[in-house]
Design a protein around this ligand. Structure first.
Ligand SMILES: [Zn+2]
Ligand SMILES: [Zn+2]
Length: 352
């Protein structure tokens, strides 16, 4: 927020922002908020927009006259993701523009990367004036999914940016970006928020205290996730079921773990974000094991820590070219087997 405050008072916006931090910490909300800051028609006075909960740093609210009003046409359009000049570039078909003369370019709505053809479309768009905005905002997310060629091409644009377009690169793995891209961006690190702050924020927003406490605990530092839990009780129930399954699998045989890895891979193929909840649940589960492992149970604590590392590794593997099924197998096999007399089993060599 402090960085945003500095940005908001800047007469000239930076050409590119890098919003770095884990999912659910409000990176997208910050980008949208910044689009409002750039485009609000009444940026002198007016009601403050609600972004206080998503604090990159200590919350130091913008003075009212610098906040977007949240009510004018641009503010409302941006708020509802309906502004023609706020563009979201993501893996898939968005902005795909095949090379001239390439009539065989296949559609790729399911592609994993942000491709060069999309960046081509983006550059063409950025060369034109915005439809109605003062500044167009292009969100690139997840930025670490920019394919090699695409990254190099976008870099050229960042080096000679069109004055009316601001890029917002959103990434949970900024270390995977080209150093040269990072150096062109104003970086804002969006960190996780302490549980009691999230809880207080929810309560201040009129959420029932018990629900706020539960959602804040489940969110693990991510206000965006906490809001999802509050808005969708099914999601919280689903989380409970996931945690139960974690407990089942943690005592299951290697064969069962392989089967579960396959199940995860199948779901991942259908919808990548579908397994986010599973990985979250595993983190929660092992953190709980870690907490329970009293100091004298050094081994259990070490095992839980190793398991947590395995989850992180799995997330990283999924961002790179590791075959998803192999990534899930590796993670599940690295988990210790709880409450059973573990005889060391050979790890099957199936990570091809
Ligand atoms: Zn406004
Ligand atoms: Zn394409």
């Amino acid at each position: 927020m402090r960085e945003l405050r500095a940005l908001a008072t800047d007469p000239e916006p930076p050409h590119a922002l890098l919003l770095a931090g884990p999912d659910g910490t409000g990176r997208r909300l910050l980008a949208r908020f910044y689009a409002q800051v750039l485009n609000c028609e009444r940026r002198d006075g007016g009601a403050p927009a609600a972004a206080g909960m998503f604090a990159a740093e200590a919350v130091e609210p913008l003075p009212a006259e610098q906040l977007p009003c949240g009510e004018c046409r641009p503010c409302r359009l941006i708020e509802t993701d309906a502004h023609p000049d706020v563009v979201h570039l993501a893996p898939g078909d968005t902005l795909c523009k095949p090379r001239v003369g390439d009539s065989s370019h296949p559609a790729h709505p399911q592609s994993r990367d942000i491709r060069i053809c999309q960046v081509r479309g983006l550059i063409e768009l950025a060369s034109r004036y915005p439809f109605e905005a003062r500044y167009r905002l292009v969100m690139v997310e997840p930025a670490e999914r920019l394919a090699r060629e695409a990254a190099h091409t976008i870099l050229k644009t960042l080096e000679e940016p069109p004055g009316h377009t601001v890029f917002a690169l959103v990434s949970a793995a900024p270390e995977a970006l080209l150093e040269t891209i990072i150096s062109r961006c104003r970086r804002i690190d969006v960190r996780s928020v302490p549980r009691d702050e999230i809880e207080a924020g929810l309560v201040a927003g009129g959420i029932d205290a018990a629900l706020a406490a539960e959602a804040a605990a489940a969110s693990r530092g991510r206000p965006g996730r906490a809001l999802q839990y509050v808005e969708d009780p099914d999601l919280m129930a689903a989380r409970g079921r996931l945690l139960e399954r974690c407990a089942t699998i943690s005592i299951a045989s290697v064969a069962d773990r392989f089967r579960h890895a396959e199940d995860l891979a199948t779901r991942y193929r259908k919808e990548r974000s579908g397994i986010e909840g599973d990985l979250d649940a595993w983190e929660t589960f092992w953190q709980e094991q870690l907490r329970r492992a009293a100091p004298e149970r050094g081994e259990a604590a070490a095992e839980a820590l190793a398991a947590l590392k395995a989850v992180t590794q799995c997330r990283e593997d999924l961002l790179t070219n590791v075959i998803p099924r192999a990534a899930f197998e590796l993670m599940l096999l690295r988990f210790p087997r709880l409450r059973l007399d573990v005889t060391t089993q050979e790890e099957p060599a199936a990570h091809a």
